[in-house]
Design a binder for this molecule. Structure first.
Ligand code: 5EF
Ligand code: ZN
Length: 262
């Protein structure tokens, strides 16, 4: 069940008690430090298909842990050894008291937020749930979110947060060009073998974290940090949904391949 939380009882330091994989050796996120990097000139730029011509209405849900948007499997990553079809995207963020909210960090630097676009290996598995616990099951694109100018593309999502304020609330949002959520330079990224960053923490994710952040305005970030609750609408005690990021995990024997020298 999803009784787990990020703080307090059942918090992220207790996850391994009920979810043994969370205590594994290939966990995510990690702090992407220079001494871990291995430049790999053979890494191909990330290529995605079907991101720009998404016509179906998209469903946004507050699942108590994040705000998650369903994605059609007509969207996929075409630059990996298998086709990885899109399933969902969601966000991680901090709070008004703690600006940092990204899961991955770069040499200790935590960004205000991070977007994850979750894909599953549709060459081998029929859906996300059957792929989620397989070693080659998932590929997640990580995009750092920083503060800057108002971002009209992210507002396709952020303008609807008020409709999914409480856990299990759902809203349909009009289709938009999802490609424009991605940062510049899809050829500049870090890549490593890791896991889901939430229970059950299966070590099933090929992580691609882009070098360049996207930017949203201070006001857009504030709404992400303050609008959502992790509790149900009728719960007597409501809990804000914020600081929904896992701390960096041990890299152990892993290294990170990187597609750029600088
Ligand atoms: N940061 S992350 O990309 O690792 C990641 C999340 F951060 C996250 F919140 C979720 S979730 O499904 O919205 C909530 C947890 O169930 C998932 N969904 C995964 C985790 C559990 C599960 C089970 C079936 C299908 C998808 C997922 C996730 F892969
Ligand atoms: Zn995530």
């Amino acid at each position: 069940g999803s009784k787990w939380t990020y703080t307090g009882l059942e918090g992220k330091y207790d996850w391994p008690k009920k979810h043994p994989y969370c205590g594994g050796v290939s966990q995510s996120p990690i702090d992407i430090r220079n001494e871990l990097l291995q430049y790999d000139p053979t890494l191909r730029p990330v290529e995605v298909r079907g991101y720009s011509n998404c016509t179906e209405p998209l469903t946004l849900i507050n699942n108590g842990h994040s705000v998650k948007m369903s994605l059609p499997s007509t969207m996929y990553i075409s630059s990996l050894p298998h086709r990885y079809s899109a399933a969902q995207l969601h966000l991680h963020w901090g709070s008004t008291d703690h600006l940092g909210g990204s899961e991955h960090t770069i040499n200790g630097k935590q960004y205000p937020a991070e977007m994850h676009v979750v894909h599953f290996n549709s060459d081998k598995y029929s859906n996300l749930s059957t792929a989620v616990d397989k070693a080659d099951g998932l590929a997640v694109l990580g995009v750092f979110i920083d503060v800057g100018a108002f971002n009209p593309v992210f507002d396709h999502i952020l303008s609807h947060l008020g409709s999914v304020r409480y856990r299990d609330q759902v809203v349909q949002i009009p289709a938009f060009n999802i490609f424009n959520l991605l940062p510049e330079r899809l050829d500049e990224f870090y890549r490593y073998d890791g896991s889901l960053t939430t229970p059950p923490c299966y070590p099933s994710v090929l992580w691609t974290v882009f070098r360049n952040p996207v930017r949203i305005s201070q006001e857009q970030l504030l709404s992400l940090q303050t609008v959502l609750y992790s509790t149900y609408v009728n719960e007597p005690i409501s809990l804000k949904m914020n600081q929904n990021y896992r701390h960096p995990q041990e890299t152990n024997e892993r290294h990170v391949v990187v597609s750029f020298r600088d």
